[in-house]
Design a protein around this ligand. Sequence first.
Ligand code: BTN
Length: 255
Amino acid sequence: MGYGRKAGSDGARDKLMKMFRTLNFKKLTSTNDKAREFAKKGYHNLAIIAERQEKGRGRFNRRWDSDLGGLYMTLLLKENNLEKARYLTLIASVSVAKSIMKLSNLKADVKWPNDVLVNDKKICGILTETISGKESYALVGIGLNVNQKNFPGNLANKSTSLNLELNKKFDIKKVSNILLKEFNILYSSYKNKKYSKIIEIWKKYSHTLGKNVKVKTLAGKYTGKAVNIDKDCNLTIKLKNGKIRKITEGDIFVI
Ligand code: BTN
């Protein structure tokens, strides 16, 4: 099933709003798991939202704390070419940053590869997974801290939510609607293969570039200055010895 491909009489704005059919659930293991089930049945252009997740996950299979109060959403997209799927993470993070600014006036920055920060604390993480086969799909999982008032253990001093920042409750439906609209705008650039435009926009919101960073990858640890992201969405850092190193995955710590 595709949804809302045809523009309504209200034209382009309508088309942007209706690109995704939203499916709401009280509880799921993970919205990415549900998206995978729908993909197997051939569905796409769905925004799958859960009020809570029992097994929310992040990168490197880390647990994503998913109590009531957050936005847990996966966008199920049908993609012909998964080679560029890493751009979807950039698009999602910029969309979140723009939505936060529209909703709250807070300044939000994107941290390579998949985080959004407010006041240097993580407010959102993105997990993009892919399914390749006769039909290929991307599952863009977005976890945005909206109304949570506290976070467990060592997350407490590294995480924030809209509510913690402004001491006010937000309407999660309104948050998801704005986010979908922002995502759609950038997604049309992606569909039109305007990849360098996406990189340029990401750079405008970047928290990472220009910073001295420690990078922990599966291959090793590096220290240097984050200087760029390349056309494959890799981060490049300039090491202390002046050499440039391409980082394809890992965790970044600003020093
Ligand atoms: C990370 O920071 O490592 C990414 C976290 C991604 C969490 C979201 S919540 C919605 C979707 N469902 C999941 O299980 N994970 C993503």
